[in-house]
Design a protein around this ligand. Structure first.
Ligand code: BDP
Length: 703
């Protein structure tokens, strides 16, 4: 197995009597591009795979009761002359009833029906034959992915090979993988995908490429996935040859109107635009002294007649001067956006990264969620593991995401969880939801690693229902991906659930951020570079102290961006949780944590513990030999061996760095001795050259 089928393998379930499975499918739509038609095909395929039983698909009510009927409520009522109405189902919701001979899978819309079919198949594939009857509605309407694919076929922060959409500046001819991707997304109820990089290339908007977008949308449509695109704010000038890209200039407004008309001509159901403006060198409205809201509304107006949405990113910040102790990149989003609350059109959604900096291993919840009360918001997550081991390390991310989604920001001293803010419920907003940077590629594993796919699966599940349990989601994924053997279930559960804490322990604990190379690669340890960059990703470490003082009383004031109850908690080191201490406070290495340990000893211990856990993943995985097909077994083993080694590189680089800086010995006597480490000098190397490693703490033999 090469991973292409992901969690939709429909592997045979041995020893199951398939008499209980209905003998026909009735799909209430004959249009081949409709999600209900796809649902019929999917049910047939799944049942064939799981039970080895071929069942026919009909398109109207038949004689037999032993049927799976899939369609919208509307189509069902008509065909079966039965006024069975959906009780307040949200858009995309469904009803699944397996209690009678006729299994009913009915959607509020076509997409809902397809989701219900995938739900039913997921139960069967997991050997779950419980009789159920329930309605299911999404928590939020926007459940999108963002692909950071470039027109040349490369992918920014993509670790699964080149693009499935683009090559040599054009849309690829063969969109088979794009169609398969849409199927995967639909199976976890994702309803939109932005296909190109937020650092957008204007050439996407040439007539030839707009036609190409139409072809992508055509292969997405049968799965109910709407296509969206990222825009470059300066396009009217760089592509349209106008003298300006000022969002209030009539020629610019007209230019975007025309382009939008052309896109909807090719993609009548386009989801909308994603815009990264005035961030990291991208053009935006600030060039013309226009506000970010004026910039966003430019697109909102163009999209409004078509029902499209603008996802406007809150990831806006300036480069900062390291010597300014009041400077703080974490403050930027609230500083730029809070004053614009209420100025965004109703079809604008401000898309906010989960933390105030940038997808770090641990961040506090972005306070912007608590500062936009009259604006639609969505959370931005990352499935692609940019700072989190880049698919070479197993890091199951649902537990991290849950710390944010479940976080109660206490706006107006009332329960205000992030999940209820982004759904629109808390502030009564019409739109909201989530986006995840996924970055699948042409690699048959999609993401570059089999085990990383649990993150894509979990993202979709949580976008639909953020109250689900991370471990329960994981276990569904394991059974679907690797089968029902309990030892497989237990082993992969253990590895995955231990993986984020382990990675946090060896890469950057106590809220200090991922201590990685900040300047570009974002991979591997580089603690020294955390205090010499203009990106504001700072640790403020010297030989006595460490951590960013973000208090109101003494520091950058960031803690004060939260509502009062939360601000008070973070203002005081004694009420700040240990895992965020260094995010909010600048303390001595000898500062005592709630755990009773000093900061520096916690660093040492955590790096030993975390890297130690990574060592155990290898024998744990090896215990599954023969229970998993050889191909996936070997692929994962290779990754786990790499992670085990790289975790030691992390351990020693970080520990040695802070040991040198602070001069404080490790009470365990380990730091500096490098147990379990094999130096390059003790290996027989072929074809390698010596190289000056920075930081030198990461180098072989510590030199
Ligand atoms: C950073 C990435 C960069 C992205 C940027 C973004 O390093 O490649 O372009 O985020 O989100 O994390 O726009």
């Amino acid at each position: 197995e090469d991973g292409l089928a992901a969690w939709l393998r429909y592997a045979p379930l041995p020893g199951v009597n398939h008499q209980a499975i209905p003998s026909n499918i009735v799909a209430l739509n004959t249009t081949t591009s409709s999600p209900v038609y796809s649902a019929g095909v999917e049910l047939q395929k799944g049942i064939q795979g799981i039970f080895g039983k071929h069942i026919d698909i009909g398109y109207e009510k038949g004689e037999s009761l032993s049927t799976i009927v899939v369609g919208t409520f509307g189509a069902y009522s008509q065909e079966y002359n039965n006024n069975f109405n959906a009780p307040d189902l949200e858009e995309d919701g469904f009803w699944l009833n397996t209690q009678n001979d006729t299994v009913q899978i009915l959607g509020q819309n076509e997409r809902g029906a397809l989701y219900g079919a995938f739900e039913y198949l997921s139960m069967l594939a997991q050997g779950n034959f419980t009789k159920v009857a329930y309605f299911s509605s999404p928590h939020a309407p926007i459940r999108w992915t963002n692909e950071w694919d470039n027109m040349d076929g490369s992918i920014e922060r993509g670790f699964g090979g080149p693009s499935i959409f683009f090559q040599n500046g054009l849309i690829v001819n063969n969109l088979t993988r794009a169609a398969e991707y849409a199927r995967l997304l639909a199976s976890v109820r994702i309803n939109g995908a932005i296909v190109n990089n937020v650092n957008a290339n204007v050439t996407l908007l040439t007539p030839q490429n707009i036609a190409g977008l139409g072809r992508i949308a055509d292969v997405f449509r049968p799965y109910g996935v709407q296509l969206g695109i990222s825009l470059n704010f300066a396009s009217p000038q760089t592509l349209g040859n106008l003298s300006t890209f000022d969002p209030l200039d009539p020629s610019v407004i007209e230019w975007w109107g025309n382009i939008t008309d052309q896109i909807y001509e090719a993609v009548p159901d386009m989801a909308g635009y994603l815009v990264k403006a005035n961030s990291e060198g991208q053009p935006g409205p600030l060039t013309y002294n226009r506000t970010l809201a004026e910039g966003a509304n430019l697109f909102a107006n163009a999209l409004q007649p078509y029902g499209g949405i603008v996802m406007f990113r809150a990831f806006v910040y300036n480069m900062l001067n390291i010597s300014d102790w009041k400077a703080d990149r974490a403050n930027a989003a609230v500083q730029f956006f809070k004053e614009l609350d209420g100025q965004f059109d109703d079809n604008v959604v401000v898309q906010i990264k989960y933390g105030p900096i940038d997808f770090q291993v641990r961040e506090p919840t972005s306070p912007l969620f608590a500062n936009l009360l009259q604006t639609n918001t969505a959370i931005e997550l990352q499935v692609t593991q940019e700072y989190l081991g880049q698919q070479c390390h197993l890091v199951y991310l649902a537990p991290l995401w849950k710390t944010i989604l479940d976080f109660d920001l206490r706006v107006d001293n009332r329960s205000s969880t992030v999940s209820n803010i982004i759904s629109g419920k808390r502030f009564n907003r019409p739109l909201g939801g989530s986006a995840a940077v996924v970055n699948v590629g042409t690699n048959t594993t999609w993401l570059g690693s089999h085990l990383a796919m649990s993150n894509l699966y979990a993202y979709g599940r949580l976008a639909w229902n953020p109250s689900l349990d991370s471990e329960a989601i994981l276990q569904d994924w394991i059974r679907l991906t690797f089968g029902l053997d309990p030892s497989i279930l237990n082993t992969i559960t253990q590895m995955s659930m231990e993986s984020w804490p382990a990675y946090e322990n060896y890469s950057g604990n106590l809220g200090i951020q991922t201590l990685t190379d900040i300047l570009y690669t974002h991979f591997g340890p580089n603690p020294q570079n955390m205090d010499n960059n203009g990106y504001g990703q700072w640790t403020r470490a010297d030989h006595l102290t460490i951590g960013m003082d973000r208090t109101v009383s003494n520091g950058t004031g960031f803690a004060g961006q939260y509502p009062p109850e939360i601000a008070a908690m973070y203002e005081d080191p004694s009420t700040t949780p240990d895992n965020l201490l260094l995010w909010f406070h600048h303390v001595n290495y000898t500062h005592l944590l709630h755990s009773g340990n000093t900061v520096i000893q916690h660093f040492y211990d955590a790096h030993y513990n975390g890297s130690g856990v990574a060592q155990t993943f290898v024998p744990l995985w090896e215990s599954l030999k023969g229970k998993i097909d050889d191909q996936r077994f070997e692929d994962v083993l290779f990754r786990q061996e790499y992670q085990a080694g790289h975790a030691i590189v992390w351990r020693d680089a970080i520990n040695d760095f802070y040991h040198n800086l602070s001069g404080i010995p490790d009470l365990g006597g380990r730091v500096g001795n490098h147990p379990w480490r094999i130096e390059a000098e003790s290996m027989v190397l072929d074809g390698y050259k010596s190289y000056t490693v920075s930081p030198f703490e990461a180098a072989s033999n510590y030199s």
